[in-house]
Design a protein around this ligand. Sequence first.
Ligand code: HEM
Length: 162
Amino acid sequence: YEGEGGASLFTEEQEALVVKSWNLMKKNAGELGLNFFLKIFEIAPSAQKMFSFLKDSELPIEKNPKLKPHAKSVFVMTCEAAVQLRKAGKVVIRDSSLKKIGAVHFKYGVVDEHFEVTKYALLETIKEAMGSSMWSTEMKKAWSVAYDQLVAAIKTEMKPSD
Ligand code: HEM
């Protein structure tokens, strides 16, 4: 995305940091996704109630098969957002899927605080997965910007579906 004077606010280096770290993490996506959501629920236990598949299930959270796919969506879509930010200067999601995602989050009552907690948990998860040799403030910043822009795009469609 472009800053004043056309300076790129999301650089090729930032895109590379996100893509590289995701490539290292994705073979472990299931386990990471579980850690990621357990962190979210530790900070915000009430968030569990929003997930229909958690509410309606007898299984302990960590055994619920539907948690990992959502966690993976957050990772993958943030990674895709990074690629688009560098290429197109903005987050591009197919109109119909952005509308659907916006409407679903609106319907289930996801609010700003949930997106904030999720951002914190996402960055912590990546930090732990990368270890001190790879994690850096630049990597943190790159994931933060991509996540923030993705969430901003989702929020534009968070309204009642018609
Ligand atoms: C559903 C992505 C953040 C809670 C979904 C779906 C996607 C998605 C793709 C499935 C939509 C469908 O049914 O077609 C994302 C992305 C996020 C994000 C990319 C952030 C960048 C959050 C946050 C929360 C949340 C912060 C709350 C803590 C939910 C819930 C559902 C959902 C409750 C519906 C689950 C159900 O079917 O019971 N999300 N999500 N999401 N998301 Fe998210």
